[in-house]
Design a protein around this ligand. Structure first.
Ligand SMILES: [Zn+2]
Length: 460
C-alpha cells in the first residue's frame, strides 16, 4: 500500500459502472472516458476527475485503457507446474488428477513459496490484483504437520505479498477420498483428520493488509456430510468467504446419489453450506432444482472455462444460474492459461457454441464477473469500480497492440474482453502501488526465469 498521495492519469478509462440498458452493447458499445485523473492515498482512490485531457504535473501516466483490477477467484498455484506437460496423451479428469497428485507429493514450504511467488507474479502481469487460493496441501507427505502447522498457507500468503497482489487464502478442508473412504496415500498431506482439527489449525492464521482468510470445502467427496456444518459455521462466525468445488464431474453426482440419495447441491443445502458468502466452483452438472437452490440462496458461481475445457469437464449452466440469482465470477483454476480476459470471453463463447446464439452477456457484464463480483466472492469490498472511496486497484491494457489496434476507443469493454489478452496488460496497480509498469513486474525482476526455476525444482 502507498501511504504517499499520488495521481495516476488514465488515457482512457472504463470506470466499471453499469449504466447500460439491456441491448446497449449492440446499440453502440460500452462508453469509456478519455482523460481521467485518479488521486490515490493509503491504497484508496480519493478523487476521480474526468475531462482531464492531459496528465497533471507529476502524475503517473497509464497509457491505454484502464479497468478496475481483475480478480482470479479460483487458483491452485501448484497446478502451474503441470502446464503443457499434461497435454501428452489422452485420458480424463481422473487420469489428469493422478499426475497432479505426483506434483503435490513433491511440494515443500520453500518450493511452494518459490513457485507461488512466480505464479502470482505471472498473475500480476496478467492484470490480476487479487487471487483466491483454494489451498489444501497442508502437511508434510504422509500427513505429519510441519513445526508451524500453517507453514504451507503462510508460504502462499508471503508469496502474494512478494508478488504485490492481494490473496484470499481459502483454507480447504479435505478429509476423505470419497464417501465413507479414508484419504489415499497422496491425500494424507491434505487432511487434518476431522473438521474440528481443520478449524483449530485455520483459526491460527492471521489476516494482513493484503491477505484475507477464508474457508473451503474441497468437495462433497472430500468432507463427510456430518462435518460440513463445522466448516460452514467457522466461515459464518467470521463472515468469511466459503468456496466449494461443486458437481464438476458426473461421477461425483452419481456417488453422492448412492451415498446420500441426493445431489451434491442438495447435500450442501441440507447442511447449511449455501448462502451469499458461499461460492460454488464449476457448478457444471446440475439439475434444474440444483440451479434454483444455488441461485435462490444467493450462492455465487465461479466458472473456470479454460480449465473446464482443458479437463473435458463440460459447460456449466452459467446463464441459468445467473438468472436464478447466482452472481458469477471467474478463475484460472489449474492455470492451463492465466488470462482473466480469456476466461470472460470463454464463458460467453462456450454459451454461443452450446446455444448457437450470440450475446448472452454484455462485455461490461463479463468484466463485472472478472472484477467486482470476483473480488466480492473473495471477501474484498470496494474493488470493481474506479470512483472515490474504492480501493486503488487498476489494470491498463495497450490499445496499440496487434490484437487491440483498430476498434473505436469507445468500445472499451468490448476491446478488453473480445480483442485483448493478458499479453496486452501494460500496468497493474494494487492498493495504489505500481506493481507492473510498462509490462514489467516491479518486484519480481525475471518472472519467466522464476517460473522456470520453480517448475524445474519440482521435476527434479
Ligand atoms: Zn479447483
Amino acid at each position: 500500500m502507498t501511504a504517499t498521495p499520488r495521481t495516476y492519469w488514465l488515457e482512457h478509462a472504463w470506470l466499471g459502472t453499469l449504466p447500460q440498458a439491456p441491448g446497449s452493447a449492440r446499440a453502440g458499445g460500452t462508453p469509456i472516458e478519455p482523460g481521467v485523473a485518479v488521486d490515490v492515498e493509503d491504497g484508496r482512490i480519493t478523487a476521480v476527475r474526468t475531462g482531464t485531457p492531459a496528465p497533471p504535473p507529476g502524475a503517473e501516466v497509464l497509457r491505454g485503457l484502464t479497468l478496475p483490477g481483475l480478480a482470479n477467484a479460483h487458483s491452485h498455484a501448484f497446478h502451474r507446474a503441470l502446464r503443457s506437460t499434461v497435454q501428452v496423451g489422452s485420458g480424463t479428469f481422473w487420469t489428469w488428477r493422478d499426475i497432479m497428485y505426483a506434483t503435490a507429493d513433491r511440494l515443500t514450504p520453500d518450493s511452494y513459496h518459490a513457485l507461488a511467488r512466480a505464479v502470482y507474479a505471472e498473475m500480476a502481469l496478467a492484470g490480476i490484483t487479487a487471487v483466491g487460493e483454494f489451498h489444501y496441501v497442508h502437511h508434510a507427505p504422509g500427513g505429519t504437520p510441519y513445526a508451524d502447522p500453517n507453514a504451507m498457507g503462510e508460504a502462499l500468503v508471503e508469496a502474494a505479498a512478494e508478488a504485490g497482489i492481494r490473496i484470499t487464502l481459502l483454507d480447504t478442508a479435505y478429509l476423505s477420498s470419497g464417501f465413507g473412504q479414508p484419504p489415499t496415500t497422496h491425500q494424507l498431506r491434505f487432511s487434518d483428520g476431522d473438521a474440528d482439527a481443520w478449524a483449530a489449525r485455520v483459526s491460527a492464521l492471521r489476516e494482513r493488509d493484503h491477505a484475507r482468510i477464508g474457508a473451503a470445502i474441497h468437495s462433497v467427496r472430500a468432507v463427510p456430510a456430518d462435518q460440513l456444518a463445522t466448516v460452514a459455521r467457522w466461515a459464518e462466525e467470521r463472515r468469511a468467504p466459503l468456496h466449494v468445488h461443486l458437481s464438476e464431474q458426473t461421477a461425483e453426482n452419481d456417488a453422492c446419489q448412492e451415498a446420500h440419495g441426493c445431489t451434491p447441491a442438495q447435500l450442501l443445502a441440507l447442511h447449511g453450506v449455501l448462502g451469499p458468502r458461499t461460492t460454488g466452483v464449476h457448478n457444471t452438472h446440475l439439475t434444474a432444482e440444483d440451479v434454483s437452490l444455488i441461485g435462490g440462496s444467493g450462492t455465487g458461481t465461479c466458472m473456470c472455462p479454460t480449465t473446464e475445457r482443458d479437463l473435458a469437464d463440460g459447460i456449466g449452466p452459467a446463464v441459468a444460474l445467473q438468472n436464478e440469482g447466482s452472481p458469477l465470477c471467474l478463475g484460472s483454476d489449474s492455470h492451463a492459461v492465466i488470462d482473466l480476459l480469456e476466461e470472460a470471453r470463454a464463458m460467453e463463447t462456450n454459451e454461443r457454441l452450446r446455444s448457437r446464439t450470440r450475446g448472452h452477456w454484455t462485455a461490461a457484464a463479463l468484466l463485472r464477473a472478472a472484477s467486482a463480483d470476483g473480488h466480492a466472492a473473495l471477501g474484498w469490498d470496494g474493488i470493481g469500480t474506479i470512483e472515490a472511496g474504492a480501493r486503488a486497484d487498476l489494470v491498463t491494457l495497450a490499445l496499440d497492440s496487434v490484437r487491440t489496434a483498430g476498434p473505436l476507443p469507445r468500445l472499451g469493454a468490448e476491446t478488453a474482453v473480445f480483442a485483448a489478452t493478458a499479453a496486452d496488460v501494460r500496468h497493474t496497480v494494487v492498493a495504489g502501488r505500481h506493481v507492473v509498469r510498462d509490462g514489467a513486474h516491479t518486484l519480481v525482476p525475471d518472472v519467466p526465469g522464476a517460473l522456470a526455476r520453480a517448475v524445474e525444482a519440482l521435476r527434479a
